[in-house]
Write a protein that binds this ligand. Sequence first.
Ligand SMILES: Nc1ncnc2c1ncn2[C@@H]1O[C@H](COP(=O)(O)OP(=O)(O)OP(=O)(O)O)[C@@H](O)[C@H]1O
Length: 365
Amino acid sequence: MIEFRSVRKEYDNGTVAVHDLSLSVREGSITVLVGPSGCGKTTLMRMVNRMIEPTSGTVLVGGADVRRSDPARLRRGIGYVIQQAGLFPHRTVLDNVATVPVLSGTPRRAARTRAAELLELVGLPQELGGRYPAQLSGGQQQRVGVARALAADPPVLLMDEPFSAVDPVVREGLQDELLRLQDELGKTVLFVTHDIDEAVRLGEKVAVLRQGGHLAQYAAPDDLLAGPADDFVTSFVGRDRGYRRLSFVTADGIRPQPAPTVHIGQEVGRAEEWVLALDGADRPRGWVAPGAVVDGALDEDSLVAGGSLYTENAPLRGALDAALSAPSGLGVVVDAEGRYVGVVTAEHVLDVIEDHRRPVREGQS
Ligand SMILES: Nc1ncnc2c1ncn2[C@@H]1O[C@H](COP(=O)(O)OP(=O)(O)OP(=O)(O)O)[C@@H](O)[C@H]1O
């Protein structure tokens, strides 16, 4: 859908921002360009909509060389979202979103109706449509920026660090929203960030760039974290890449073990070890500590609060979180209905991760 063929950009002052780079972006996917500051991400992205012309090489969008398209026309098919949302301060939110369609000839009323739908699509309440950008939070402004980029219904969306100005919690919300939108709309998205966590969360594929606009590695997130191509990528993805990778590794190989259990309302007496308390529907409620003596029927007040629960078949990160957060050190595994299945230890989860990692290492040597 988007293809860079041996693209090079040398600025007038001699800076080589992009060096002979080839890359193709699959139609309908999110592809992330990630790398440290100044590695050429923005330069590369702006060559797609001809805000920057390459010194040599070719950029194709939908199979067509962008040099053959009129820039204004090309940009109508390519939504562009930037860091501070770049909204027009003196126009209402609704008019901000409706601007491009109106400029391209859509009647104002129809453009505003569509703008209202788009605000809903990006998760903004209708009543915000009448406000001005300064009357919105940073996260809300970013959503308006996304709605505006979607207004002309472009098949391609360029997003240049769109979420980096908002706090981490809002940022996660925006990332979720983008993934949901992508599921719904199937746009081809090229996304720039310097944050590896954001890159692996959003990208179907991630291109890691290093200084001078060299492509260090282009791979699916799991492959990137499992097998960094060189020392640069290894240090960029960071030491905790094993933990990051858990978000992608599914739980094949996890074998929950039985733990001692008791139902609320039953007699326990003295607990010899950690005992998991379940309710009438077999849902975990907490733990009875070793050595605890419970007189009569067990009630919830006698329990030590449990850790997080791990739902079968979810990514492994949840299993490790469950094991590490449980007072007993035993991560509680539940089925899709929340019923107790068994327990796992952190050691067991780490063994399973090692098993997943081995074939990758062997494949590389
Ligand atoms: N107009 C310009 N003239 C000269 N050099 C430029 C110009 N624009 C960018 N550069 C240089 O080209 C290199 C790549 O810049 P670019 O903005 O593409 O990097 P980036 O990876 O997007 O960085 P950041 O994450 O800091 O935004 C940098 O060394 C930058 O200083």
